[in-house]
Design a protein around this ligand. Structure first.
Ligand SMILES: *Cc1c(COP(=O)(O)O)cnc(C)c1O
Length: 426
């Protein structure tokens, strides 16, 4: 694999940053415009539900009649442009919340159809595509199919949903599943809210009754609207990504139509308990505050990723998305071209983290991956990826997946330290 040719003024990083920020002024203004739209919606939600200090103290034991938790759910529903929501610290991760939503929205004997190709790695075991768990959906009697309507460049090609085979699959599905963010599949692009709207509108002409579930991980508040405003019945995600804004210590959320959220609530606790129990253990204030900050933290992260796309592209690296592209998630892919470059990338990111800056990331074997993976991210919350973090498998094209950044200043500082180190390798 040939190394990228470096053709940029990165020998003077301060000047390169100033020039880049001037070039990106319009891009940044549009990111802020989205932030303001989303923020106004979030603030309106806090005002409409009269959030007050009494909501911050949670109920112990069963957690019955917790007005703080009930208010948090109502605020979140408005933030996600949905009828109802559940925001809970008890979900272990996004995978757990998605597993709850899949069980809540499917019955044994029903059919699940994924419209965006192979779902995120950790869901393979949940569905039963990998592993032998007796608790997977397929072991439970759900049938599964997927369609990957993407062209060779990974761009969505809606026409691929209009083949006879695709239409037959859609017609028999009880659940249509869409993953908004690309995850770690370099071959496909993330799917924008407008694209989700088009997909759902088309699928509903063929099958009006199927429930539409969207894996919303990394997409929350990146665009002015959410999938729940354009036809999705349910959105699901992790609180240690966008909507927790770095403050949430754990958890996930489910938002959407009341009927489906209630079913998910029964799958989460127990029929009869639903969303009416669950002691919040004094997390309610932090979760509300995270929601309040999320539009701004997400905008900072997106700006940081756009700056990275611009600078790395200028330095000769292939990046996806490019700086000029509009975005629907907070992930930036950079093809570094060599194992040494990927190691340097992760080393510098780690060394410029607020936590564990003295550690050096080492490639490690992860379940489900063929090649060792390098990970970097000195985060306040373990594994948090709304905080600046990166990972990449040690195989060509040696792509780094970078995301997050609680502040733009952090991403900017890391890039200023990183690019000169990478240039030295050439
Ligand atoms: C992060 C993520 C998930 C869930 O992963 P967890 O690590 O369990 O939170 C699911 N889907 C996508 C696309 C993701 O990015």
């Amino acid at each position: 694999m040939p190394l990228p040719t470096v053709s940029c003024p990165l020998n003077n990083m301060a000047a390169a940053l100033t020039t880049a920020e001037q070039a990106l002024a319009e891009r940044f203004a549009s990111i802020h415009a989205t932030e303001y739209t989303v923020f106004e919606r979030v603030l309106s939600a806090f005002r409409a539900h009269k959030v007050s200090e009494s909501h911050f103290y949670s109920v112990s034991g069963y957690g019955h009649d917790d007005i703080g938790r009930e208010t948090l759910d109502k605020v979140a529903a408005d933030c996600f442009m949905a009828e109802a929501a559940m925001v809970r610290p008890h979900w272990v991760s996004g995978t757990h919340a998605i597993a709850t939503a899949l069980r809540g929205c499917l019955q044994p004997g029903q059919h699940m159809l994924c419209l965006t190709g192979r779902p995120y790695d950790t869901l393979e075991e949940v569905i039963g595509l990998r592993g032998k768990s007796s608790q997977s959906l397929t072991a439970w009697g759900v049938t599964y199919e997927e369609i990957a309507p993407f062209d060779d460049d990974g761009a969505l090609e809606l026409a691929q949903l209009a083949t006879e085979k695709a239409k037959a699959s859609m017609a028999k599905a009880n659940m249509l599943y869409i993953q908004r963010s690309c995850g770690y599949a370099t071959w496909r692009q993330s799917v924008s809210v407008a694209d989700i709207q088009a997909m759902v509108a088309y699928a509903k002409t063929i099958n009006p009754t199927a429930v539409v579930v969207v894996d919303n991980c990394y997409g929350e508040f990146v665009e002015a609207t959410e999938p729940t405003a354009v036809g999705a019945d349910i959105v699901v995600g992790s609180l240690i990504k966008n909507p927790g804004a770095g403050l949430a210590e754990s958890g996930g959320y489910i938002a959407g139509k009341t009927e489906w959220v209630n079913r998910c609530a029964d799958a989460w606790t127990a029929p009869g308990v639903g969303a009416k129990g669950g002691a919040m253990q004094n997390t309610t204030r932090t979760l509300l505050q995270g929601l309040f900050l999320a539009p701004s933290v997400v905008a900072s992260a997106v700006k940081g990723m756009v700056l990275a796309a611009h600078l790395f592209n200028q330095a000769g690296y292939k990046v996806s998305p490019v700086a000029a592209a509009s975005r629907t998630d907070i992930i930036q892919t950079i093809e570094l071209g060599s194992g040494d470059a990927l190691k340097t990338f992760c080393k510098v990111l780690q060394a410029n983290s607020p936590v564990d800056s003295h550690l050096t990331p080492q490639p490690d074997q992860l379940p489900g991956y063929q090649d060792p993976v390098l990970m970097a991210g000195g985060t306040f919350v373990q594994g948090s990826t709304i905080e600046l973090s990166a990972d990449g498998p040690m195989r060509p094209p040696y792509a780094a997946f970078m995301q997050g950044g609680l502040s733009y200043a952090h991403v900017r500082t890391v890039l200023a330290a990183m690019l000169p180190e990478l240039v030295k390798l050439h």
